[in-house]
Each structure stands twice: as C-alpha cells, then as structure tokens.
Write a protein that binds this ligand. Structure first.
Ligand code: GDP
Length: 443
C-alpha cells in the first residue's frame, strides 16, 4: 500500500531533514519534489496543486524557518495536510432511524462489490449486528450464486434472489424477510456494468427511492486510480453516495484514488479492502494511513493494541527514557512482559515507526518467542542494581548470571551487547522522529 509514494517522499524528506537550516528556496525546491511525487502517484492534479499551496503557506511561516528543526516541521505539516486530504477524521457507518438498516453497495463490474458485501457482513456481525446479505445483481451470470456461496462460507444468511426478479422487488422482499426473521441490517449487492449507463443508473435510483438506504457506498478498485475518482463523481451526482469502499488497496503502490477521492467528491472513504479473503477489510483511518505513507509506522494501531496494558502516562515516561538513553534492563524486562501479552511480535514490529524498510524482510522472519524467554531468564537472574546499571556486570557477575539462568556467559554477553545497540538505535530513532509529538499520540 502506497509503497512507491512512500519511497519518493522518504527521499525528498531525507534531503530536507539533512540540512540544519532551511531557507525559502530550499523549501520551495522540496515542495516541488513533493508535488512531482504526488503527480506520479496519480493524484488528481487540482488536488495536488491545492495540497502544495497549503503546505507552502504553512511551511513558509516564520516559526518553521526559525525553528531548530525546520525539516521536521515541514514533514509535520505534510503529515497534517495528508490527513486532511485523506478525509480528516474517520467517518464510520451512520446507521440511524428504523431498523432494519439498509446498506446499498454500488459501483462498476469487477470493482469488488460482491466480495465487499460479504466482508462488510462479517465486519458487522463482529459489531453484534445480524446482517442479511441480499444479492440484487440479476445481470452478471452467477453473481447471485457468488454472494450466496460467500454468505454460507461465513455462516451469514442470504436472501433467495433469482435472476428473473426485478432488483427493486428483491430489495423490498428482502426487507420484509429481514423484519420477519429479525435481521437488523441488509447489505444490498447491486448490479455493476463495465461503464456507467443510463438503464443501470435508473435502476439504482429506483432502488434508492423504494427503500431509502441509510448508506449508499460506492465500491471502487483502487488500482484504477483517477478513473475510480471520475466514476465516483458520476455515481455521486446521481445517487448522492454516503461514502466509499476502496478495494485492492494492498496492491496499490501509488495511492492516487485514495488521495483524491475525498477532495474531488466530498465523500469519505469508510473502508478499504486489503486482500481477497473476507477478513481483509479495514476501517479507514486517515491519520493512520498518512503516518504509514510517511513511514512513521502506525503507532496508533499499536497503541490501541497496547492500551489494555499500558496507560498514556506510562507511555510518555517510557518515551522520555528512550530519548535520554535512561532505558535500562529493568524497563526492557517490563516491556518484554507487556509485548508478550499483545500477540505476535512480528505483527507489532511492522507498526513501529522507522521499521517500514524492514517490513519486507520481516515478512519471512519468525521472531523466536523462545529467545525472549531466554532473555527474560537472564535478566531475572541479575540483581536490581545490575539491571539498572549493566556496566557493573563484570566477568564473575556474568558467570553467576549465566548459572542462575541456565545459559552461558556468551549468552549473557550477547544480551548486553544487543541491548546497548538497541538502546542507541532507539535513541537515534526518537531523535529523528522529533520524538514526543508522534509517540505522545496527540499533536
Ligand atoms: P463485483 O463485480 O464488483 O461484484 O466484484 P467481485 O466482488 O466479484 O470482485 C472482483 C475480483 O476482485 C474478485 O476476484 C475478488 O476476489 C477481487 N477483490 C475484491 N476485493 C479485493 C481486495 O480488496 N483485494 C484483492 N486483492 N482482491 C479483491
């Protein structure tokens, strides 16, 4: 997702951050490169123009130029503007009024409507809804069977549509069935065409008028870039859509559709499809995606996962320790215990800022949890003083620790060496990131 755009921006910002002080000319030059990077990512040219103008206005402000870290300030501004571009805050489904709620999926053929209908049903069931999947694409051969099959795979009921029914009748009858059987949400998979045509649009308008859906989500294939944006605009004009599901995001290295669709249509992206499996649907969080684009990891998702075991105050204290290299083996052990509670370390590492480049390498690496247990045993065998100040661990202490933990002196040496390296790396990383703001959650 966004890989090529990320790489381009990374190299632009490296140059900017490499300079101690910035003047107007160097900011202008950097922004020119940002502009090119966005255009190459197939972002709508008007959107790009607007974006760079806003960033420029803020970046040329006196405070930025005077600050000690102007490069980082510029990155921060780009980050904020990217969030805006992606839609600002996450907008969830707005399900109000009388049940059963109706969500209507619309879009071109092959965009991923049928798959997204099933994904959405699974998502909603997790949120304690009881959905009914309604196949209303009576034109594409086997579209009805496709959705019914997906529905039965995830054990979600589907309406018994047949291809000789009118789509609007399917919708109305399905609603009756939902009321009768107590389903509280209908997900309507409508017909798509290869191109927009009047007959199709009229039919969608007719369904909309007949059953007033709470949500009309336009499903678009992210890989089609600006085409997706143009088609979204047309659907919006005729149907007044309530939001967008962008599919196949995991394969979209450029991100042009994701970065343009909100600005152009004014409608938010609500979900993204990130794979063919039915679990591969994510709620769209503009701020998190912006961070991922800028290689800052997705610390909020990490924090969300961690929140159950660490509170904000503690997080800030930890961050301060990391920055000032006061992070000791005692802290390390505490964090290790917490991490163990969170699940796979491999998955968590990917969300950590600065780890973006390691992501591919990490794909095939399993971090051995056994190794963690060994490290913990070694640290447990140290005295509190040794954990606080590992420098005092001399040869005889090492021998004692190795014996106590059932390991070797070499193991103890390795741990101490790696810990020191890690501490330095963390300190450097925190410095580069401008630390506080990002880890401290709120800007
Ligand atoms: P429809 O014609 O709009 O109903 O499209 P389908 O739901 O049949 O999807 C078309 C193809 O796109 C199928 O092969 C799906 O498996 C695939 N697809 C849908 N969503 C995603 C996604 O998020 N990622 C990937 N990789 N494939 C997807």
């Amino acid at each position: 997702m966004f890989d090529s755009l990320s790489e381009r921006l990374d190299s632009v910002f490296k140059k900017i951050k490499g300079r101690g002080r910035l003047d107007e000319a160097s900011i202008e030059e950097g922004l020119r490169e940002v502009r090119l990077a966005l255009l190459e990512a197939d972002v709508n040219y008007k959107v790009v123009k607007d974006f760079t103008r806003k960033v420029k206005e803020k970046a040329l402000g006196k405070e930025v130029l005077k600050s000690l870290t102007p490069g980082q300030q510029v990155v921060k501004i780009v980050h904020e503007e990217l969030i805006e571009l992606l839609g600002g805050k996450n907008v969830g489904l707005e399900l109000k009024g009388k049940k059963p709620y109706i969500i209507m999926l619309v879009g071109l053929q092959g965009s991923g409507k049928t798959t997204s209908a099933a994904k959405l049903a699974l998502f909603l069931r997790r949120k304690k809804f009881s959905p009914l999947l309604v196949p209303a694409d009576v034109y594409r051969p086997a579209a009805i069977e496709q959705l019914q099959k997906l529905a039965s795979e995830i054990n979600i009921p589907s309406f018994g549509s047949s291809s000789n029914m009118k789509p609007v009748d399917i919708a109305l009858q399905a609603r009756e069935e939902a009321i009768e059987k107590g389903y509280d949400i209908l997900i309507l998979d409508t017909a798509g065409r290869l191109h927009i045509d009047e007959v199709l649009m009229n039919e969608l308008v007719e369904i909309k008028q007949a059953c007033s859906p709470q949500e009309i989500l336009f499903v678009a294939d992210a890989m089609t870039g600006q085409d997706a944006v143009n088609v979204a605009s047309r659907f919006d004009e005729l149907l007044d859509i309530t939001g967008v599901i962008l599919t196949k995001m995991e394969g979209d290295a450029r991100g042009g559709a994701a970065l343009s669709i909100k600005s152009v249509t004014g409608k938010p992206i609500k979900f993204i499809g990130v794979g063919e499996k039915l679990k591969d649907l994510e709620v769209f969080h503009p701020d998190r995606i912006a961070s991922r684009i800028l290689g800052m990891g997705d610390i909020l998702t990490l924090i969300e996962k961690a929140q159950s075991s660490i509170d904000e105050k503690e997080a800030l204290k930890l961050e301060e320790k990391l920055k000032t290299a006061k992070f000791d083996l005692e802290d390390f052990r505490t964090q290790m215990k917490r991490i163990k509670k969170l699940g796979s370390i491999e998955g968590l590492l990917k969300l950590i800022p600065g780890m973006g480049k390691l992501r591919d390498q990490l794909k095939n690496v399993k971090i051995p949890e056994k190794e963690m247990a060994k490290l913990e045993a070694i640290i447990n065998s140290m005295t509190k003083e040794e954990r606080k100040n590992p420098k005092i661990i001399n040869a005889s202490r090492k021998e004692r620790i190795a014996k106590g933990s059932g390991t070797t002196v070499q193991d103890v040496n390795n741990l101490l060496k790696n810990f020191e390296q890690m501490r330095k790396m963390m300190q450097q990383m925190m410095g580069q990131m401008g630390g506080g703001r990002r880890l401290g959650m709120k800007n």
